[in-house]
Design a protein around this ligand. Sequence first.
Ligand SMILES: [Fe+2]
Ligand SMILES: [Fe+2]
Length: 286
Amino acid sequence: MRKSFPVEDLARDERFVRVPLATRINDPRNAQAADSGSSGRRGAGRLTPERPDAPDAARALMHGIFVGEIQALEGAGRTCWDFEVGSGNGEGIPEVPFELKLDMARQCWDEARHCEISIKLSGHMGTELGEFSENTFLYEAACNPDPVLRLTGVNRALEGLAIDVFNTMREFGEVAGDPVLEFCEDWMLADEVTHVKMGSDWLRKLTADDKPRQERALEFQRVVDKLFSLGGFRGEEDDSPVRLARRFRELAGFKEDEMDTLAEIAKEAREEMEAIAEANRPAVAH
Ligand SMILES: [Fe+2]
Ligand SMILES: [Fe+2]
């Protein structure tokens, strides 16, 4: 049986529409969103019920969560399968402790439940599966051949983003007066904190005597985090659509300086997005 599974071969039916991340970030309509945002030129702004586009923005975010859950399930499942059990670090197929596989199996169970919750929540919000596009950068991060880099990129960066997104949606459900959305997000948020903690713990445990490998893993996390900041989608400013959930990240094993670095990465991603939106403005005007 083959190890590792290319993103192109993921099982999807005809309802799913796959779009590359670059296409989404370079979409000239981002400039329009910036123009119509509450903050003038700095993006569509924080997700609140007062925003005229709040129902569509919330539905799009929920659909994004749903496809993210599928890919998180696929990634954790691959990590259970792709590596052998042992303590080797790089000759042939890398080895991982059996307990790491147990953690990934538990995560699969959680993500499968999240898929079900997310698709039901999407229906609750009036969305059909495939109404919004899917990009597969989450799963692509889960294809890293080094299990330490994979867990750091996926469980700390991707699952960390899930913490920020779920916290945002939980707050949106609360202020919008939707207890179904609020409580479902709260339950999933609790699982995501556990998944990020797994990533933090295994990173530290597996690289305790291998600082270069730890540094490579943290560098991979920074690259993934920048992608996951989605050109300013996640940040710490008042009008960031998704806010960095510092308290929950702390519970998941993030140190203060790591969150400061993440905030800085998010700021850079946002500035780059604004430059792209500015460059695309003439295309939208015509
Ligand atoms: Fe999840
Ligand atoms: Fe997760």
